[in-house]
Design a protein around this ligand. Sequence first.
Ligand code: NDP
Length: 245
Amino acid sequence: MRDYKAPEHLLKEKVILVTGASDGIGKAAAKNYAKLGATVILHGRNTSKLESVYDEIVDAGYPQPAIIPLNLINASAEQCKSLAETIQQELGQLDGILHNAGMLGELSPIEFTPSESWHQIMQVNINAVYLLTHACLPLLRQSPNASLIMTSSSVGRKGRAFWGAYAVSKFAVEGFVQILADELDGSNIRVNAINPGATRTQMRAKAYPAEDRYRLVTPEEIMPIYEYLMGDDSLSINGQSFDAQ
Ligand code: NDP
């Protein structure tokens, strides 16, 4: 799938929500989905950063996107329900979600991790994934074929010292995918995970400040699997976890 070449109109007529679309991998995915014909809903917490992604998409001549700001750190079930209602009212459909927004926090031993930091990371990386998915499932059920993509990490498959709540939240993402995929098996909705692997973004730079970032792949270079799983070429794929690299 890393060599997948998406057909030009793979996502035509689809409406896709990308969380954390203001930067890094989410920004690249939003632009790529728009390039393939999707109407993309740009989610993030910083409206001016989202507006600049919006402008890039419009300037490129791709379908006009939408912007929905919501800080996931304190997002409630009601706010997520209202986000789904806005999508229903303004766009009338939803065919996919890329759950990409993520928070690293400070790497430290669990012994010295403040509870507030633990709760914030779990809230952004897994609770918000549940809240948004739960709120959007009624809309996704109406799509002919819907795709949910969650974002994992290598530390969500094998634990590593000092990665604390971030790693635990990614283990939870892997479990969430397996459970939801099993529940939705045979329905119009498929659910899979992607582990991006070391990628040149702000989050990676924060985790590994001393490394040469130019040796890392760019978000653009890992897009084939993001495209494959969002488009109808992956209709038979459900409950799997992929490495983008
Ligand atoms: P970035 O830090 O570049 O981007 C993260 C995105 O999430 C940004 O759009 C950011 O918004 C958004 N975000 C963060 N916190 C919140 C919040 N509270 N509410 C709403 N949006 C929020 O990270 P990456 O692109 O590197 O990461 C994308 C995903 O990939 C994450 O889930 C990460 O865990 C995962 N990942 C990344 C790897 C890598 O090497 N880069 C490796 C393995 C996994 P803002 O622009 O406002 O900060």
